[in-house]
Design a protein around this ligand. Structure first.
Ligand code: C2O
Length: 585
């Protein structure tokens, strides 16, 4: 995992025993360049190579291995013409998402009823937008595990958040303004630039990790500036480790600026964070830790050998919102939003996307999500870590920086957290060794189950458990076949109302029907969505890795698998369009 070797005592509670002696220079300030935006987006990568840390073999397409930098630079001659490299190696129209026009922010509409929403999260409009360049890193920020940080650290953190809350309400750095930034980008208040018929949504797609990285980056820099500490880093809530699963106590202290009253009272300390949370069926407390570790293994290792399965699906100009969430986004990340928010249908604050960033714990929750991105990259070894697509790398967003300057930032600058000036405290990854065993190893179990064939069942409403037989177009695959192609279960045409909390789990060849037990090879993954303030139908899909799962169940020679879809929340509001197995190289 990419992090600096800091001298650190995990047992210390007396503040941060940080060795900062290798940080030599005085605080830097952000550097900006003012550029006029070209009216047509071009392939010429102004940042070409700036963040290249990975070697060329880290970028791969179906056509073989490619050096992204050479491609971007080499295509410089094409700028002016809207041409773009996509991950299959072909050229297509250049259509990355571009930052929204802030003056066209609408307070939002309930898209079903066409009534205006009673929430306004539009940010202040500023005419001057600067293209942001990452400042040279002179002082590295250090992001500690929340459960290991000491009193001195929390004194600083609380002071900074208190000062942020005390800024004038119209200051874009004010805490509520910051919370609104999240609301605006997720509650369908902006139009997509380039397609006024569509709304902009940076969740449930490949921009989830980069967008939130930028969001935390500026939030952290604003806090650091307010307390005049250029090394200040946000704490991460280490919920993927049993030692850190309880909500850090300071967030639950009523007199702290980190407190929020709108939370589920039964999930305050000492409750253990439930990464498989669903409002309907409470998890047996004994199962929480083993379930959590399996969930993490599944999201970080088992289901994510293809980039799309970790990051989420491609989203460009013209794509309807929510093309498909990645493994962490739809799983542990979504579960904890719902787990912390009030136990009401709308789930404020954390459990609803318009209000979620009003709870200070949001930032520690997401700092852990961001850390998991860094961890995942470290686990990839020589495998590709980034989409080579300009449609991803060149997408841009707007944020207010620590000087209240409106800046335009790009995905390409988020690929290396050290280049962004921060590192994470190194902690154990207990889920790495949590490859779950099979409950039952039995070939041909599916065919003898008597379940109907998938083709005869869909579309179907998920108001009950649905079990179907799914054909495997290829069976008895050799080790080489498996290395070449990942076998994926695709669940598509998932229609949900995004004003509702919905969740379903997916199991393969699971006959014992104990859907609360996830610590078994039969558990394939989940789909989950917390409510938004607006209400609109979205159609989305998920892909779940099967290669290792089928090996663990010892059914590589079977022609069919038995798939169980188990509704865990809001099943009556979920329609499933279809299921199929595909092979992706
Ligand atoms: Cu922007 Cu956890 O959501």
């Amino acid at each position: 995992m990419a992090s600096l070797a800091l001298s650190w005592s995990t047992t210390s509670t007396a503040g941060l025993p940080l060795r900062l002696d290798f940080f030599i220079k005085p605080p830097d300030s952000s550097t900006h360049t003012t550029r006029t935006r070209p009216s047509t987006w071009s392939c010429k990568a102004t940042n070409g190579g700036q963040n290249e840390k990975q070697s060329p073999q880290n970028v791969e397409t179906s056509q073989g291995k490619l050096d992204r930098r050479n491609l971007l630079l080499g295509m410089g001659g094409l700028y002016g013409a809207a041409v773009n490299l996509v991950s299959d190696g072909s050229l297509a129209s250049a259509t990355p998402i571009t930052s929204p026009d802030l003056s066209k922010c609408s307070t939002g509409t309930n898209l079903n009823t066409q009534q205006p929403l009673d929430v306004n999260c539009c940010p202040p409009v500023s005419k001057e937008i600067m293209d942001y360049t990452l400042p040279p890193v002179r002082k590295m920020r250090f992001r500690p595990a929340a459960h290991l940080a000491g009193e001195d650290y929390y004194a600083k953190f609380e002071k900074a958040v208190g000062l942020m809350k005390a800024l004038p309400p119209e200051d874009p750095r004010n805490f509520m303004q910051q919370a609104n930034v999240h609301c605006a980008y997720c509650n369908l208040t902006y139009q997509q630039t380039g397609d006024p018929n569509l709304k902009l949504q940076i969740h449930n797609c490949w921009h989830f990790f980069p967008w939130h990285r930028w969001y935390l980056y500026f939030f952290e820099r604003i806090l650091g500036k307010l307390i005049d500490d250029p090394t200040f880093g946000l704490p991460f809530w280490n919920w993927d480790n049993p030692n850190g699963m309880i909500m850090p106590e300071v967030f639950a202290r009523k007199d702290s600026p980190l407190f929020d009253a709108r939370r589920n009272k039964s999930h305050l300390p000492p409750a253990l964070a439930d990464l498989a949370y669903s409002s309907r069926s409470p998890t047996n407390p004994k199962k929480i830790i083993p379930n959590n570790l399996t969930v993490m293994y599944s999201e970080m290792v088992r289901n994510v050998s293809k980039l799309e399965d970790f990051y989420g699906a491609k989203y460009v100009v013209g794509t309807a919102p929510d093309p498909g969430p990645g493994s962490v986004e739809r799983g542990s990340h979504m579960a904890l939003h719902g787990w912390i928010g009030e136990s009401t249908p709308t789930g404020e604050d954390m459990g609803n996307f318009y209000s979620t960033a009003r709870d200070p714990i949001f930032y520690s929750h997401h700092t852990n999500v961001d850390r998991l991105w860094t961890v995942w990259r470290g686990l990839r070894g020589p495998k590709p870590k980034d989409f080579p697509d300009s449609d991803w790398l060149e997408a841009d967003f707007l944020f207010y920086d620590e000087n209240a300057q409106l800046v335009r930032v790009k995905v390409v600058d988020t690929l290396d957290n050290e280049k962004m000036g921060y590192v994470y405290q190194d902690v154990d990854l207990p889920w790495l060794k949590s490859r779950p065993p099979a409950r039952v190893k039995k070939s041909k179990a599916a065919s003898s189950s008597g379940a109907p064939a998938a083709e005869t069942v869909f579309p179907v409403k998920l108001d009950k458990v649905v079990k179907v037989l799914v054909n495997r177009p290829k069976k008895s695959r050799s080790k080489k076949d498996k290395e070449k192609e990942e076998e994926l279960l695709v669940i598509e045409g998932i229609e949900v109302d995004n004003a509702k909390f919905v969740k379903f789990d997916v199991f393969v060849n699971d006959e014992d029907d104990k859907p609360d037990e996830l610590d078994k090879a039969e558990y394939a993954g989940c789909y989950s969505q917390v409510p938004h303030k607006n209400s609109t139908k979205v159609k989305t899909k998920i892909r779940l890795g099967l290669t290792e799962l089928l090996e663990d169940l010892d059914v590589e020679d079977d022609e069919k698998i038995l798939v169980s879809l188990v509704p865990k929340a809001g099943g009556e509001d979920i329609i499933i369009g279809g299921i199929k197995i595909i092979y992706v190289s």
